[in-house]
Write a protein that binds this ligand. Structure first.
Ligand code: ADP
Length: 626
């Protein structure tokens, strides 16, 4: 029998195929099973239009058989089969897809589930096999044919015997090499694993003979090994089931089966969209934070299926960074896949799905916030920081979407509150949403700056995450109420009369303040009378966009930026200490210098900022004591 050569371009293609199209070798099995499933689908389709045919689902299946000894792996199906011509044209010309032609010939444009379209999947078998034999009998044909090839050298076709319509793919698995364990593909457990992973939702049963130990008939303690034919795949994917048939437990099982996490998810979301682009998705909001969540190592993404077949383990494009904690999967029949089914041809569909999901996730979180407060707070504790990053990212592009999901600790309620709740509670005369930034609640509580706002009875939101103030700067206001830091130079609380009084006092003490300002140089913008201080002698407030807290954070970053806040040293002129300052100004300028430096350094310490020269500060205190 004459050996036929592959068409020239096919030779190169085959080489390319074997060596580079696929990143994971194990997917050869997915490709062959998908072909078998396509072949059964084709019969199903024919039966739909041919009244003389009956499609009895029980007769259609795929079977995997292994013979370790002879290194044979067989994939057998009861699909439509191939004639001699089809064997030649489908398998002899690489990149010729019989399935695509079938779709064209039968005018199938839509809704139908045939997977193949590129005409290369079959050749992935050569990644694991030295020799591939295909025995096939086509529907309506009396004879069967055998196609055989050992790779680039060409192929042969001859007539042979075969019972029943269908196709048998016989792979002679390669010998192990130093780098590759081809033996794996002869191990039952490994094959089952691959089937579960990639082909669990193929619509026809994928059968395998499985060895099991059983109690011997008629005995009570004698066991025997028996071989039982089992169906490996679960066939109907949970996401295609009706939501009403599914229980919370089903979703939880799916979560753990899929290894999305070890925790019990806080929430699941089952989406079925039947619009321009059809898709199903099951998404989860985990309870626990993955250990590497806030590191570079964490990879976001959803599993992506095309028609029940796994295409990608982590499709990043389906989730925005701010929802990177979401786990789950998307299945769509409307994706245009590339040649290896590993990447998508164009991402228009993906973008559409991602946009859709984003809105769904948002409203699910909002629901949770409304109806399951405790769970939401749990969620927020783990992932709230990520939402705030989301507001800050891309110059606040997504702030509208995310702002009502935010929560902060409230000074009055001592619990987490949303911005809506804060604004709803604001007294009529309150113009701003006040916040204090610092490393802990206790610390912010003690800030001298908070005295006046608290005394007014206004609620203060505590910002303890380093991202908080940066995110809020991008929001700038919520429901038309601007945010204001309690450390801001102007709190917007003073009445006009109070402001006037403050101006008069500043003028009155102009000389002493300007002396103090000269002592401190550019460390501060100005020294002024404080209206906010009640019990403390001094504090720092700030002017402009960069707050003192932001200065601290920027400085602590790895590539530490030395951006400074414009600081104002505020003096409480009702405090006894002010008498000492005045006295020193009159009688002992050196002493005023000393006091000024000490007060400034104390104000820095209260803010949690480091003082320039601790030794000098210690010496100053010494001098004062003496
Ligand atoms: P694709 O599946 O992308 O079309 P393949 O290289 O995997 O490409 O297969 C080429 C063609 O061979 C298929 O389109 C199909 O017509 C035919 N074929 C492959 N496997 C089978 C099978 N098990 N039964 C029937 N036809 C098959």
């Amino acid at each position: 029998m004459a050996k036929k050569q592959f068409k020239a371009e096919s030779k190169r293609m085959l080489d390319l195929m074997i060596n580079s199209i696929y990143t994971h070798r194990e997917i050869f099995l997915r490709e062959l099973i998908s072909n078998s499933s396509d072949a059964i689908d084709k019969i199903y389709y024919k039966a739909l239009t041919d009244e003389s045919m009956v499609f009895d689902k029980n007769n259609y299946y795929i079977k995997i058989e292994v013979d370790k000894e002879s290194r044979i792996l067989k994939i057998f199906d009861t699909g439509i089969g191939m004639t001699r011509e089809e064997l030649e044209s489908n398998l002899g010309v690489i990149a010729n897809s019989g399935s695509l032609n079938f779709k064209k010939d039968n005018n199938i444009t839509d809704g139908y589930e045939i997977i193949g379209q590129f005409g290369v999947g079959f050749y992935s078998a050569f990644m694991v096999a030295d020799k591939v034999t295909v025995i096939s009998k086509a529907l309506g044909s009396d004879s069967a044919h055998k196609w055989e090839s050992s790779g680039t050298t060409g192929y042969t076709v001859e007539e042979c015997e075969k019972d029943g319509v269908g196709t048998e793919i016989i792979l002679k698995i390669k010998e192990n090499t130093e780098d590759d364990q081809f033996d794996d593909y002869l191990e039952e457990y490994r094959l089952r694993g691959i089937i579960k992973k990639y082909s669990d939702f193929i619509r026809y049963p994928i059968k395998m003979d499985v060895k099991e130990t059983k109690l011997k008939d008629g005995t009570e303690d004698e066991y025997e090994d028996v071989v039982i034919e089992r169906t490996i795949n679960s066939m109907v994917p949970i996401w295609r089931k009706n939501k009403s048939e599914l229980t919370d437990e089903d979703y939880e099982n799916f979560y753990s089966e899929k290894h999305y996490g070890f925790d019990k998810p806080l929430k699941h979301l089952h989406v079925s969209v039947d619009g321009v682009i059809r898709y199903n998705a099951i998404l989860y909001i985990p309870e626990n934070i993955p250990f590497d969540y806030y590191t570079k190592e964490y990879e976001k993404g959803l599993e992506l299926y095309s028609n029940g077949i796994l295409i990608m383990n982590k499709c990043k494009d389906l989730l925005p960074d701010y929802f990177s904690f979401v786990k789950g999967m998307v299945d769509s029949e409307d994706l245009s896949l590339n040649i290896s089914r590993e990447i998508l041809q164009q991402d228009r569909q993906l973008k559409f799905i991602a946009k859709n999901l984003k809105v769904k996730i948002k409203s699910e979180l909002q629901n949770m916030l409304k109806h399951e407060r405790e769970n939401y707070e749990k969620f927020y504790k783990s992932f709230g920081r990520q939402l705030k990053f989301g507001i800050y990212d891309n110059y606040g592009m997504e702030k509208e979407l995310l702002q009502d999901l935010l929560m902060f600790h409230s000074s009055t309620l001592k619990t987490m509150v949303t911005l809506d709740e804060y604004v709803d509670r604001m007294p009529e005369d309150q113009k701003y949403i006040y916040y204090g930034a610092g490393e802990s609640y206790q610390r912010i509580d003690k800030l001298p700056q908070s005295e006046m706002v608290s005394e007014k009875g206004y609620e203060i939101l505590y910002f303890t995450d380093d991202i908080d103030e940066f995110a809020i700067k991008l929001l700038s206001n919520y429901r038309d109420k601007p945010f204001k830091s309690i450390s801001d130079k102007d709190l917007g609380i003073e009445s006009d009369a109070e402001k006037e009084e403050q101006e008069d006092e500043n003028v009155e003490h102009k000389e002493i303040f300007s002396f103090m300002k000269d002592v401190l140089g550019d460390k501060i913008k100005e020294v002024k009378v404080s209206k906010r201080l009640k019990n403390h002698p001094v504090c720092l407030s700030n002017e402009g966009e960069v707050s003192i807290e932001m200065e601290k954070i920027l400085k602590s970053m790895p590539n530490g930026q030395d951006i400074k806040a414009d600081k104002v040293l505020e003096i409480n002129i009702n405090h006894v200490l002010f008498e000492s300052l005045k006295d020193a100004f009159e009688n002992d300028k050196d002493r005023l210098k000393l006091l000024t430096n000490i007060l400034y350094n104390q104000a820095l310490l209260i803010e949690g900022l480091s003082i320039g020269d601790p030794v000098e500060y210690a010496n100053d205190i010494w001098k004062l004591i003496q």
